[in-house]
Ligand binder design. Structure first.
Ligand code: ATP
Ligand code: MG
Length: 242
């Protein structure tokens, strides 16, 4: 398996707060890595560092095909897509404009080309008929599906998801998880922070239990959920699986 991203000695401080305390991780091409862990353990900070949205205090994050130098950090923003809990669509732009903005500005696509690509992506998540609507006219689940394909429009090599379903009504959670399952099945490389243990079991190649700014344990879901090696993982799982 080829390594797509290699993380070594990653640390992040906010002032005195030591939030990420040394993370080493290889993400392989086509792999789905799910990150679970208690609130405040640093999961969001960790994945925000992976696309350089949050500059790391120390350590290296290298995407395959780059040399680890300074512009390889710039490449992280460009080549790693991210979907947040609260969808973050631009409220004053139509769905279509939300979709075409970055590909036109940052990828230099002509409008017609960007719109054709956007319509294809919207069709894929059953939302082509909403192209001319505004975000506020869509349900949370619909907005989140747009946020996912908006990130895909930049053709990222890695997709990061930070609790993409936790702001949604229970009935709409599945429509978003379904899109993510399809992406995984197509071979999209993904790192997903989630509390959806069913998704983790079904889709993850590896599950990371993250606590106190560190990877406590990392294993395939069958192993991590039924026979965790660490007592802390066991405690967390008894808490969330009951
Ligand atoms: N910009 C910031 N400035 C200062 N402290 C921060 C900042 N962002 C996060 N922190 C702190 O870092 C710690 C980890 O936060 P983070 O959001 O990464 O946790 P999390 O595991 O994602 O939690 P949750 O499950 O609640 O989303 C927390 O103590 C938080 O207060
Ligand atoms: Mg978080």
């Amino acid at each position: 398996m080829n390594t797509l991203m290699s993380v070594r000695g990653l640390r992040k401080h906010f002032g005195d707060a030591d939030v990420i305390k040394g993370v080493d991780l290889d993400i392989h091409e086509g792999e789905v890595v799910v990150v679970i862990g208690p609130s405040g353990s640093g999961k969001s900070t960790l994945i925000r560092c992976l696309n350089n949205l949050e500059p790391a205090t120390a350590g290296d994050i290298v995407l395959s095909g780059s040399n680890g130098g300074r512009d390889s950090l710039a490449r992280l923003r460009d080549e790693v897509g991210m979907v947040f809990q609260d969808y973050t669509l631009f409220p004053h732009l139509s769905i279509l404009r939300n979709m075409t903005l970055a590909p036109m500005k940052l990828r230099g696509l002509a409008r017609a080309e960007a719109e054709a690509q956007a319509m294809k992506l919207l069709e894929r998540v059953g939302l082509a008929h909403k192209a001319h609507a505004y975000p506020a006219e869509l349900s949370g689940g619909q907005q989140q599906r747009v946020a996912i394909v908006r990130a895909l429009a930049m053709q990222p090599r890695l997709m990061l998801f930070d609790e993409p379903t936790s702001a949604l009504d229970p009935e709409t959670v599945n429509e978003v998880l379904q899109v993510m399952k399809e992406l995984a099945a197509e071979g999209t490389t993904m790192v997903v922070v989630t509390h959806e243990m069913g998704f983790a079991r079904e889709v993850a190649d590896r599950v990371i239990f993250f606590d106190g700014g560190r990877i406590v344990e990392c294993a395939p879901p069958a192993q991590l959920f039924s026979a965790p090696c660490e007592e802390r993982t066991r405690q967390f799982l008894t808490h969330v699986l009951k």
